[in-house]
Design a protein around this ligand. Structure first.
Ligand code: ADP
Ligand code: MG
Length: 381
């Protein structure tokens, strides 16, 4: 390969840096949708509606009824590393919001056309703001609007020919990935109506997901997958480590509890728990794929490959015929893990992961033990 260097080291121009970095933050359409959905949830919305035009090729619109954005914040809204959720590195140990890096809207401006319509509800008029690719305001128009925010992105990846052509080529798969992602949030988020609509032309719109804003994961599962999905499913609440505040994590968790007045679903005793739903190994010769397995840390969708492996291993030691349907939420103090590992925050660095996993293996085996004889009987039939 010919040398492409010359002897002078120079800074890349700002606009190019912005595009290079943005392409790493928003890898694909699913990442874009994830960022917008998370922003709506962080804004305290009770309703989030996502609309894909032409599977997202034309535009994606996310409409929420959250807190809205004040006029003063519109200038900096789409600038890199501007966020209302985190101020310093230390805050990261207690972060409970989905977002905190202030990168998503800035990156989306570089990769698509972005408009925001928003109102804090203090008057019947909101504002429609168009942003330039560097995240500054291009135009601002008053518009009637109730409390909430509408973010629309059009022509995603248009300025990146390779990615746009791959995006167009694989649009069906990209769209399916988005639906899977929205389902993961719809299953776990309490009290928020989440809907997803596909609009192929002016005349036809198909609702793909519609939850009714239930408080329980059980009800959400029924909304997303239908009542059949709950047949032969066991609910579990496994305590994996008791009161880590009193044990190894003493100082860390004490500090966390002092700083964290609103603990949400966190366990106040500092226990590490795994809660959720799993197919009973007593029945079924059905699904072999693991595509309906959803993992969360404190309600944040993520990948937990080692946890997934051990759960599937234990399950298969009881039922060799299928992989379980699974919704698993690991509940633990926020200082026990690091979400700032990958740009999409789905990879999580978990403190003492091996200990947690071994405990899970034991507890899950205990949970499944009563089903061993039933499975043997159902197999013999
Ligand atoms: P982050 O979520 O990491 O803060 P973003 O670029 O996604 O970064 O968003 C920047 C800021 O814009 C957020 O901190 C939030 O204050 C505001 N914001 C974005 N989307 C919404 C929304 N739907 N409703 C209210 N505020 C929003
Ligand atoms: Mg965000």
């Amino acid at each position: 390969m010919a040398s492409q260097t010359n002897n002078t080291i120079r800074a890349i121009d700002k606009e190019s840096v912005h595009r290079i970095c943005s392409g790493q933050v928003v890898l694909d359409m699913a990442t874009a949708v994830k960022e917008l959905l998370e922003n709506s949830l962080d804004a305290g919305s009770t309703s989030v509606a996502i609309k894909f035009k032409q599977n997202g090729l034309e535009s994606i619109t996310v409409t929420d009824n959250g807190c809205g954005i004040t006029d003063a914040n519109l200038e900096t809204l789409a600038l890199k590393h501007y966020t209302s959720k985190l101020q310093s590195f230390n805050d990261l140990a207690h972060v409970r919001s989905f977002g905190f890096r202030g990168e998503a809207l800035s990156s989306l401006c570089a990769l698509a056309n972005l408009t925001v319509t928003t109102s804090t509800g203090s008057s019947p008029t909101g504002v429609l703001v168009e942003y330039t690719s560097d995240g500054t305001i291009k135009s601002k128009t008053p518009t009637p609007m109730t409390r909430g925010t509408i973010v629309k992105i059009s022509n995603l990846f248009e300025g990146m020919p390779v990615r746009r052509s791959e995006f167009v080529k694989n649009i069906k798969r990209e769209y399916a990935k988005c639906i899977g992602l929205v389902q993961a949030y719809a299953l776990i988020v309490p009290n928020v109506r989440i809907s997803c609509v596909l609009q192929m032309d002016k005349m036809s719109a198909v609702t793909q997901i519609a939850t009714i804003g239930n408080a329980s994961v059980r009800q959400n599962i029924i909304n997303v997958f239908g009542p059949k999905a709950m047949a032969d499913v066991i609910e579990f609440d496994l305590c994996l480590v008791e009161g880590i505040s009193a044990a190894s994590m003493g100082a860390m968790v004490k500090a966390e509890n002092e700083n964290n007045e609103d603990e949400g679903e966190l366990d106040s005793k500092g226990d590490i728990k795994l809660t959720g739903f799993i197919s009973s190994p007593a029945f079924g010769k059905g699904r072999s794929s693991t595509d309906r397995q959803y993992f969360y840390i404190n309600g944040r969708p993520c990948t937990l490959p080692k946890l997934a492996r051990v759960i599937n291993e234990v399950y298969r030691s009881f039922n060799t015929n299928q992989s379980p349907f699974l919704v698993a939420n690991l509940i633990l103090p926020t200082s026990y893990y690091d979400v700032n590992v990958s740009p999409d925050k789905r990879t999580i660095f978990l403190h003492n992961e091996r200990m947690i996993i071994e405990e899970l293996r034991t507890k899950l085996t205990e949970l499944f033990e009563p089903s061993r004889s039933t499975f043997a009987v159902s197999q013999a039939r």
